[in-house]
Design a protein around this ligand. Structure first.
Ligand code: SAM
Length: 251
């Protein structure tokens, strides 16, 4: 299995048939070598497009991270596939964001896919501030419990807040922004509002990762136009390795 690069996109041939059970996130869906090879290809495509600076990451550290999440996290459901988990972790391990904000973290799994590169058993660098924002207080509490069990004393925090106001009020610069919130009226359309709130704080070279670039492409139309506009962002690529999609953009 290999992926194809075309018109700002990296797409695997099996993107639509590679399916997970959202209630069993740790079930292996393919041979580990196949997962590693596809993620390597996606990273190479991002590097060739100038979106990331290198494409290699510490695979043993990722396995330590995955195992620790499996042991310590309570995950009622998730649409983050094993390929996606590896890709997000690898992007953070490559980018090494001192300050990372993840918006709409639900039970904390998507947060730790990002933050796990800088916290917990697989950490590969020392961050300053890794923040997960969740608007529902009870979900924020569960996310916090999960993160505390996984990486006590790390430079991670879960905040119960609206990601739009949190980003607008954040003191300091942002090196990586992960978008996964789903608003009651606008659905995934809220991504653009969050990005606009954070935009001035994104350092040159900051990564912006947007989950659901495939299955919510319609609701994300304005967001995708924004990040694919070279006047606004330096580059952007849609990574399609499952039926959810991840748009990876660089400021
Ligand atoms: C669909 S869930 C993300 C789950 C994730 N995609 C997964 O598969 O594990 C979206 C989360 O965003 C949260 N959310 C919605 N609007 C938000 C906002 N304005 N700020 C922060 N979180 C928000 C919701 O409460 C929900 O927990």
């Amino acid at each position: 299995m290999t992926g194809e690069r075309c018109n700002g996109e990296f797409r695997t041939a099996d993107w639509d048939t590679y399916r997970m059970n959202t209630r069993e996130p740790f079930v292996e869906l393919e041979a580990p070598e196949a997962e590693i090879a596809l993620v390597d290809e996606a990273l190479a495509a991002l590097k060739d497009a100038g979106i990331i600076q290198r494409s290699s990451y510490d695979q043993a550290a990722f396995e330590a991270h995955r195992e620790a999440v499996r042991e310590s996290f309570e995950i009622p459901w998730t649409a983050i596939s094993p390929r996606r988990e590896r890709l997000i972790w690898a992007l953070n391990a490559i980018q090494r964001p001192a300050r990372m904000i993840a918006a709409g973290v639900f039970c904390g799994f998507t947060f730790i896919c990002n933050a796990g590169a800088g916290a917990g058993p697989g950490a590969v660098y020392e961050p300053e501030d890794l923040v997960g924002i969740e608007i529902k207080a009870d979900e924020a509490e569960r996310a916090d419990r999960n993160v505390q069990a996984f990486a006590p004393g790390s430079r991670t925090r879960i905040v119960a807040a609206d990601a739009r106001t949190f980003a607008a009020d954040y003191c300091g610069t942002i090196d990586l922004l992960y978008l996964d919130a789903s608003g009651p009226e606008s659905g995934k359309g809220i991504y653009l509002e969050i990005l606009e709130s954070a935009y001035e704080r994104l350092v040159p070279g900051a990564l912006v990762l947007a989950h659901n670039s495939v299955n919510s492409a319609e609701r994300l139309a304005q967001y995708l136009s924004f990040v694919r506009d070279r006047a606004k962002m330096a580059g952007s690529m849609n990574i399609v390795m499952d039926n959810q999609g991840l748009e990876v953009s660089v400021r």
